[in-house]
Design a protein around this ligand. Structure first.
Ligand SMILES: [Zn+2]
Length: 500
């Protein structure tokens, strides 16, 4: 198969995503009062409603609707005045009612968009000219969201002692209904994405937004967030849609990228060989690094879709929507912009901090005690050093940043100080003293003298006009001090000697 980059020169990939997110912050299920918990004994959090016993009536979870409206508002969706639940019928033991309660053509929230900042690798200009790149190759891509709807999760099945995953081949199949009836929100994008990289960025950004909202733990590992990706190819310049394939239940950012990249190259090979792409559902196998067919879709499944007669249509009041709007926290983009405006942070660090609610809150606490002028150093420490340590206090992080900002220690030394500080409530200043680290001009001078003494050639070169040689000398000083010296101070001292 040809490489992705080459394929994308001839073909345009049209990618859409469906992202399922479990509302893990809820305590109870969508239509009954059963507790949501994945750690309990199987079939202990069940009742007549989620077991689908005759005569049981569903009662919608108001909190769940509040969460989905918040998700919609945060992604620029319209809140629909009236929406309803439908029954989607299928016969499989994981849904005892024999239908899934889900939303129909009109969901609670629809027609939104999420803006992606894309840069570098995988960046792609749109042929219709709607997207143009900035000088540095970056661009903003508004990805349209068709809808976010609500549906209920099915039970968990375990097949024992037989062919893997095949109920027919298994000796026994066990069912745990604890998960049955847990609310999921499913976000469906328009097919606005053109590269695997854009798809990955979209999912990452959506995860950051949902984390900021606090509606889910968005754990890809535990499956509380998962993704279906569909992709088709068309010749560059064409506006026709090709036949798409769908990849189900992708559970990591890397798998999403790799599965789409593989599928794009596979489809290109089929089409270039004169074949046609079949509309099918495929499964990404990370260990084999390929997608394999799950089933070929020959017809539209007949789910006997109809409005659920047990659930009244929802007319969300302006007051309810307003209440949801007031509950919206500051979202990652707004927070990043505030960090840049307030503290002059570089975009990269501002974005990384703003994307993670816990890191953001710690950063703001540290800035409560640190000097505003040290904000960038604090951000560097937060992004590059703090994540490797278990428990560092606000004062300790501020202290490290102060020492770095004053050039009293280097980044390499900062790691050593943090090693000593981690899990204690010691003061960074005292640790630096105890370790004898504070860089005095005197101790660095000795290193500089030693280096200048043995680099006579370079000294001559400098004096005859080759100013660049200072870089080499700084490198020698860093080496002589085993990386512990401060390059800025070395540079300064070297210039004093060489010019003097
Ligand atoms: Zn229940």
């Amino acid at each position: 198969m040809r490489a992705l980059r080459e394929v994308l020169r001839d073909w345009e990939a049209v990618i859409g995503l469906e992202i399922h997110t479990e509302l893990t912050s809820l305590e109870t299920k969508m239509f009954c009062g059963c507790r949501i918990s994945h750690d309990d004994e199987p079939n202990t959090n069940v009742c007549p409603v989620c077991l689908g016993l005759p005569g049981a009536l569903p009662v919608p979870n108001e909190k769940a609707i509040e969460y989905i409206v918040m998700a919609g508002l945060a992604t620029n969706c319209d809140v629909m005045k009236r929406s309803m639940f439908y029954r989607k019928h299928y016969f499989y033991p994981d849904m005892a009612k024999n239908f899934q309660t889900t939303q129909g053509p009109v969901a609670f929230v629809m027609h939104g968009h999420l803006d992606l900042e894309v840069s570098g690798e995988g960046a792609d200009e749109r042929p219709d000219g709607t997207i143009t790149k900035a000088a540095d190759g970056s661009y903003v891509l508004p990805v349209k969201i068709l809808r976010i709807h609500m549906e209920e999760d099915a039970a968990k099945m375990v097949h024992v002692g037989g062919a893997e995953g095949r109920i027919g081949g298994a000796r026994e199949s066990l069912i745990d209904y604890n998960r049955c009836g847990t609310p999921l929100i499913e976000l469906v994008t328009e097919p606005d994405l053109r590269t695997p990289e854009e798809a990955r960025l979209f999912m990452e950004k959506l995860r950051q937004v949902f984390l900021a909202l606090g509606i889910s733990d968005c754990s890809l590992e535990r499956g509380s967030m998962r993704c279906d990706g569909n992709v088709s190819l068309r010749r560059r310049g064409s506006s026709e849609m090709g036949t798409k394939t769908e990849m189900k239940n992708i559970n990591s950012f890397k798998a999403l990228h790799d599965a789409l990249a593989y599928e794009i190259c596979r489809q290109a090979e089929v089409l270039e060989g004169g074949g046609r792409v079949l509309q099918e559902t495929r499964h990404w196998e990370p260990s084999r690094r390929k997608t394999v067919v799950m089933r070929v879709k020959e017809r539209n499944d007949d789910y006997r879709f109809f409005p659920d007669p047990d659930l009244m249509p929802f007319d969300l009041s302006d007051e309810f929507v307003e209440r949801c709007r007031r509950r919206l926290p500051e979202l990652p983009d707004a927070r990043r912009d505030r960090y840049v405006a307030t503290w002059g942070l570089r975009c990269r660090e501002a974005e990384l901090l703003a994307a993670d609610p816990q890191a953001a809150s710690l950063f703001e606490d540290v800035m409560g005690v640190a000097e505003p002028a040290e904000a960038q150093v604090v951000a560097n420490v937060m992004v590059n050093l703090v994540p490797s340590y278990g428990s560092l206090g606000v004062g300790q992080i501020a202290g490290i940043a102060r020492l770095l900002a004053a050039d009293d220690i280097t980044f390499v030394q900062a790691r050593e100080v943090l090693d000593a500080l981690d899990g204690t409530d010691d003061d960074p200043e005292e640790v630096v003293e105890a370790l004898g680290m504070r860089q005095s001009a005197d101790s660095l001078s000795l290193v500089v003298d030693e280096v200048l003494g043995r680099c006579e050639d370079q000294v001559r070169q400098y004096r005859s006009g080759n100013r660049k040689v200072v870089g080499y000398l700084v490198g020698q000083c860093m080496k002589a001090s085993a990386g512990a010296g401060n390059p800025k101070l070395f540079n300064q001292l070297l210039l004093e000697r060489l010019e003097g």
